[in-house]
Design a protein around this ligand. Sequence first.
Ligand SMILES: NC(=O)c1ccc[n+]([C@@H]2O[C@H](COP(=O)([O-])OP(=O)(O)OC[C@H]3O[C@@H](n4cnc5c(N)ncnc54)[C@H](O)[C@@H]3O)[C@@H](O)[C@H]2O)c1
Length: 446
Amino acid sequence: MKKQTISVLGIGYVGLCTAVGFASRGYNVIASTHDAEKAAKINKGIPPFHEPNLQKLLEETVQNGLLNCLINQTETAVLETDLTFNAVGTPSKPDGSIDLQFIETSTYEIGKALNKKNTYHVVIVKSTVVPGTTQNIVKPILEKESKKLCGSGFGLCMNPEFLRQGSAFEDTMHTDRIVIGEYDKKSGDALESLYQDFYGKNIPPTIRTTLSTAELIKYASNSLLATKISFINTMANLCEKIPGADVKIVATAMGLDKRIGPLFLNAGLGYGGSCFPKDVKALIAHSKNLGYRLELLEAVESINKTQPLKAVQFCKELLGNLKGKRVAILGLAFKADTDDMREARAIPIINQLLEEGANVTAYDPVAVPIAKTIFENKIQYASSATACLKNADCCLLVTEWDEFKKLKPEDFTKSMKQPVLIDGRRIYDPEEFSRKMKFTAIGLGH
Ligand SMILES: NC(=O)c1ccc[n+]([C@@H]2O[C@H](COP(=O)([O-])OP(=O)(O)OC[C@H]3O[C@@H](n4cnc5c(N)ncnc54)[C@H](O)[C@@H]3O)[C@@H](O)[C@H]2O)c1
C-alpha cells in the first residue's frame, strides 16, 4: 500500500519531531514554516534547538529526500500531501489566557489551500489548544476559506502531543498513548490508520473521542503533573521546618505506592519550560471564562512562582547580605538535555540575585547562547562548571544536568572562595556534602 504523505506546519519541538519521526519510517514529509533561518538549518540536517537523538535522523531523512522544509508555503504543503499536522506555537497572552494567533493564521492558510484541492485531506490540530478551539475556531475558518464542509469536504482531528523536551524524539516514537479527537468517524479512521501503519503491531493504546475531550486530556495531564511538582515542593517546604526530615526520602517512599508512582515527585525549584506554566495558566483562564474557578491550579501556580526564590533566600541565610558576593549558577535551561529557557527557573533566581546586588556567573552545557539574549552583559558566562565556581562565595545548582551530578565536594572546595552550595534539585548526597562544605538543599530539615 502506498504510504500516505504528510505535511507539518510549525517546526518547533513538536513539529520537527513529528516530521522526522514520520520521515524516518519512510513517509514523505513536507514541513512549512515562517522562519527562513530555521528552514535553512533543517534542510542542512541541523536541528534548530538542542534535542538528543534528533540530529542523526534529521540528517538522514533530509539527505534521502523524505523531509523537506519550505518557507511560507502552506499551500504547497497541503496540496502535495494527504494529511496536515498543525503544530504551531500557542503561547500565553499577558493575562495568562491562550494566544491563538498562530493557530488562526496557519488555519487560514490551510483553508485557502483546501479550496484548491480536489481530494480528501485531513487537518490535524497537534498544538495544545483550550477545549472548544478546534470546533469553534479551527473548523469555521477552514470551512470559510475552503468553501467546503467539514466532514464531507475535508477531515478534522485534534491529536494532542505528550512529548517531553530532552527526550522529545524518543517520546514521539514511543508514546504511551494516542489520543484522537475526531470531528467525524471518517476523520478519526484516517488518522488512526496512519498511526496503525506507523506503529504496526506496537501501536500504543488509542483513545478516540470528541475534539474537546482530546483538547482537555492534554491540559488535564499537564495540570496533574504540575500539581505533583507543586505538591512535593510544599512537602519540601514543610520538611525544612521538621528537624531530621528529608523530602527526597518522603518522595521515594511515596513513589513506591502504585497508586502514586515515583515520577514528578522531585522536589526542587519548581517547573518551567514552554508547556506546564502556560498550560496551567491557560486552563485557569479558560475555566474562569466558563464561570468555574480552578482553585487547585491557582494554588499550584502560586507555589511554583515563589519556589525558585527559595534558592535566593537560602543564599541570604548562608551568606548574609548578597551585595558584591559572587554567586555561581550551575544550569540555566529549564531542565536537563535542552537549551530551552522559556520560563526557566534560572530567570527569576538570577533577576532576584541581581536585585540584591550579587555578581552572577553562570554555566550551562548548552543554554548559554540563549541566556545571553536574556541577561546580556548583566551576568558573566563561564565555559565550564569549574570556571564558574572559581572564587565564588556561593553556588546555586539550578538544573539537574548529568555533568553536575558527577561533581564531588572537592570540585567545589578547591575552586570556591567560600565553599557554600545550595542544591536546588536534590542531586547531591546531603551527608557527604555537608561533611565537607556548607551545604543546604531544598526539602532538608536541619
Ligand atoms: N515543547 C513541548 O514540549 C510540547 C509538548 C507537547 C505539546 N506542545 C505544544 O505543541 C505546540 C508547539 O510547541 P513547540 O514547543 O513545538 O513550539 P515552538 O515554539 O518550538 O515552535 C512553534 C513553531 O511554529 C512556527 N509558526 C508559527 N506560525 C506559523 C505558521 N503560520 N506557519 C508555519 N509555522 C508557524 C513558529 O515559527 C515556531 O517555529 C504548542 O501548542 C505546545 O504547547 C509542546
